[in-house]
Design a protein around this ligand. Structure first.
Ligand SMILES: *Cc1c(COP(=O)(O)O)cnc(C)c1O
Length: 389
């Protein structure tokens, strides 16, 4: 049973108030000023290297239409998206920024990428050939990033492909290589020797390619030290307040919070079962609060707790309280017996926020903060704070 205080300082968000509109289950609060401040802090951290922003997957689910302009206003001029369609949307939001497509060049997608004036992160010799052939066809020099595989074995030119490319320099004649990039596999753990190995492989591969600005680090990689910054860093998760890095604290603060209303509170006697399949039974007289959030809101069912097991937790009145029973589509049940303030209908529970990080919420759902963040559903009211909102 979790009864620890959530933190010494009180949550800046009151938990009994009319912050949730009467017809809404809860509120996803996205602080655009905090996201902009996080970008500025990371930009200062990595200077003189440049700092981009990763806004793929609808800015990690937060709404690229709001997040991208806020970052651009903060001074960010380089954005990374995953797909051509995301590039088109990013371009519609910013006519001037550099937009890189991380998934590379899909077969036949040259026109879509050019229409978005985006730059593909070419990840194989086949992609280099297709982009280069298109450049010759239209008689233009096309900007390109070269994505090399330094050990993640997911995307990127292999060592052999880089060697082949080095032996056929004419393939790059029609291209303007504006970035050579790679991605780290274990940057969240500064003690993992894979980081130094990938660093060395990246250096070696880069040495075989035309001299161009380089980029290796995302949110965690940029915390591994100045060596890893190269010319450009590509944080995503940290901009949104994520802290997956297991070493030093990144210079960012929380930007996302999720609150759900308490619908009912009931007394359950010893032996009483709570939720589907009666997976959790009260071992003592218990007070159970039912919250208006569930897996349809992106709150994973894996946060469920059967009798004697620990699942996820929420914060009510500044106190961490355990989820009990199954998380269902629209509802979560929480054991509020140990809350010193009597929990009532109309009170508000913090599911993510200053006293309950995305990492903690993710651990409660047997996953990572990234997955929690990107799955937060559309059902809850979204409130944007700052950013000229
Ligand atoms: C998603 C992604 C990033 C951003 O990663 P974060 O951990 O969210 O900072 C950077 N580079 C590549 C290649 C990615 O796929």
């Amino acid at each position: 049973m979790i009864t620890t205080r959530a933190g010494s300082q009180a949550s800046p968000f009151p938990t009994e108030m009319a912050m949730i509109a009467a017809s809404e289950t809860g509120v996803l609060r996205i602080d655009l000023d905090a996201i902009a401040a996080n970008w500025r802090a990371l930009a200062r951290w990595v200077a003189p290297a440049d700092c981009g922003a990763v806004v793929k997957a609808d800015a990690y689910g937060l709404g690229v239409a709001r997040v991208l302009p806020a970052l651009a206003a903060a001074g960010c001029g380089t954005f990374f998206v995953a797909t051509p369609r995301e590039a088109a949307e990013a371009r519609s939001l910013d006519g001037r920024a550099r937009i890189f497509v991380l998934d590379g060049l899909f077969p036949g997608a040259t026109d879509d990428i050019l229409a978005a004036a985006a730059i593909p992160c070419l990840a194989s010799l086949a992609e280099v050939e297709e982009w280069s052939a298109h450049a010759r066809r239209i008689g233009a020099r096309l900007a390109a990033a070269l994505h090399v595989d330094s050990g993640l074995h997911r995307l990127g030119l292999t060592v052999v492909e880089v060697q082949r490319l080095a032996a056929r320099p004419e393939l790059l004649d029609a291209l303007d290589v504006v970035l050579v990039m790679s991605h780290l596999a274990a940057a969240d753990d500064p003690a993992d020797p894979a980081n130094a190995v990938q660093f060395q492989v990246f250096e070696r591969l880069r040495g075989m390619l035309p001299n161009a600005p380089a980029s290796l680090a995302a949110s965690d990689g940029l915390m591994l030290g100045a060596d890893f910054h190269f010319d450009l860093v590509r944080p995503g998760y940290a901009l949104y307040g994520g802290q997956a890095f297991q070493g030093e604290q990144a210079p960012v603060s929380a930007a996302v919070s999720l609150f759900a209303r308490v619908l009912q509170v009931r007394d359950v006697e010893v032996g009483g079962a709570v939720g589907y399949s009666g997976a959790w039974r009260a071992l003592r007289p218990s007070r159970i609060a039912t919250l208006a959030a569930g897996y349809a809101d992106g709150y994973a069912r894996a946060a469920s707790a059967a009798t004697g097991t620990t699942g996820g937790s929420v914060v009510i009145h500044g106190v961490r309280l355990p989820i009990v029973g199954r998380v269902s589509m629209d509802l979560i049940t929480v054991d509020v017996t140990d809350c010193p303030v009597r929990v009532e209908r109309g009170h508000v529970a913090e599911l993510i926020g200053p006293s309950l990080t995305m990492e903690t919420a993710g651990a409660g759902m047997r996953t990572i903060g990234y997955e929690v963040l990107t799955r937060l559903g559309q059902r809850m009211q979204r409130v944007y704070v700052g950013g000229g909102a």
